[in-house]
Design a protein around this ligand. Structure first.
Ligand code: PBG
Length: 324
């Protein structure tokens, strides 16, 4: 069909028509809400670089999880900022570590909420790298053991799912093996499979106090120029036992999300990262664009590209819009 028989505008005439033919709809069911746990009591410290987001002590984090659950959000993703960092990131797997405490508190107060924990060392190491260092290099296989121990301690604290984000080779297999050995074969793994060395993590590193103290993450996170490699990384994670695969960041990598959707049939998550959130917040604060519309457009694009699950700092705000 061609113009004048076909007129695309006929179905765009009013909102009811547009609703009927809309191909992509966002749902609260798809959302994961990231939260930052800090030591202390009654702490709710605004994160400068991420307007609307806070570092929360465990009492407040449980409250925030409750609010999110009441809005219909099914899951939170926890990050922790320990009181002390050290060379080998021991705070990551401490029995009374900050994330372990936060998990316990949330599962106590909001047992219905699904709690996912980020498994990485960068928030816990004094050098800010995601793994164990030797001679200034991140050591892959030594790091695997620590990541597995971290995941195990988080699950023992009550985590429902673990999400390894360190981009070490073999990390999914290492976690799966350790969990299975501990009779935790029913705990799913959400793999940060295609995680890029991205400038869009900038605001998060202020939030999590996790910027590398020297160098960068390019020896473990992916080169933004590569997409075939993302497919290889995802294949490996699938073969190692990933239950959910992830592409991160989301907006600058919609092609990767799209390809992952075509090539794999596992649930696919996309992480709408801090920079993607904060740049829209900043532009909105300057009056340069409409935050709600830009949020809806960004998140719809991520879903349209093929993501099933969207990890976003806008989770509560979006839920409020969707529940209206
Ligand atoms: C930890 C981790 C990072 C993010 C999630 N997990 C930071 C990084 O790799 O430097 C970024 C999330 C965001 O920017 O919102 N490795």
């Amino acid at each position: 069909m061609q113009f004048p028989e076909y007129r695309g505008r006929r179905l765009r005439k009013n909102e009811n028509l547009r609703r009927l033919v809309r191909e992509t709809n966002l749902s609260v069911d798809d959302l994961v809400y990231p939260l930052f746990a800090v030591p202390g009591k009654s702490v709710k410290k605004p994160i400068n670089s991420m307007p609307g987001q806070f570092q929360l002590s465990v009492d407040y984090i449980a409250k925030e999880a409750r609010d999110a659950f009441e809005l219909g959000i099914p899951a939170v993703l926890l990050f922790g900022i320990p009181a002390k960092k050290d060379e080998s990131g021991t705070g990551a797997f401490a029995k009374d570590g900050i994330v372990q405490q936060a998990v316990k508190r949330i599962k106590n107060e909001v047992p219905e909420m699904l709690v996912i924990t980020d498994v990485c060392l960068c928030e816990y190491t004094s050098h800010g790298h995601c793994g164990i260092l030797e001679k200034g290099q991140v050591q892959n296989d030594m790091t695997l053991e620590v990541l597995a121990e971290t995941a195990l301690s988080q699950v023992k604290a009550g985590a429902d799912m673990v999400a390894p984000s360190a981009m070490m080779d073999g990390q999914i297999a290492a976690l799966r093996e350790t969990l299975d050995e501990n009779a935790l074969e029913d705990i799913p793994i959400m793999a940060y499979s295609a995680k890029y060395a991205s400038s869009f993590y900038g605001p998060f590193r202020e939030a999590a106090e996790s910027a590398p103290q020297f160098g960068d993450r390019k020896s473990y996170q992916m080169d933004p120029a590569n997409a075939d490699e993302a497919i290889r990384e995802i294949s490996l994670d699938v073969s190692e036992g990933a239950d959910i695969i992830m592409v991160k960041p989301a907006l600058a990598y919609l092609d990767v999300i799209y390809r992952a959707r075509q090539e794999f049939d596992l649930p696919l998550a996309a992480y709408n990262v801090s920079g993607e959130y904060s740049m829209i917040k900043a532009a909105a604060q300057l009056g340069w664009l409409d935050e709600e519309k830009a949020m809806m457009e960004s998140l719809t694009a991520i879903k349209r590209a093929g993501a099933d699950i969207i990890i976003t700092y806008w989770a509560k705000q979006l839920a409020q819009v969707l529940n209206k």
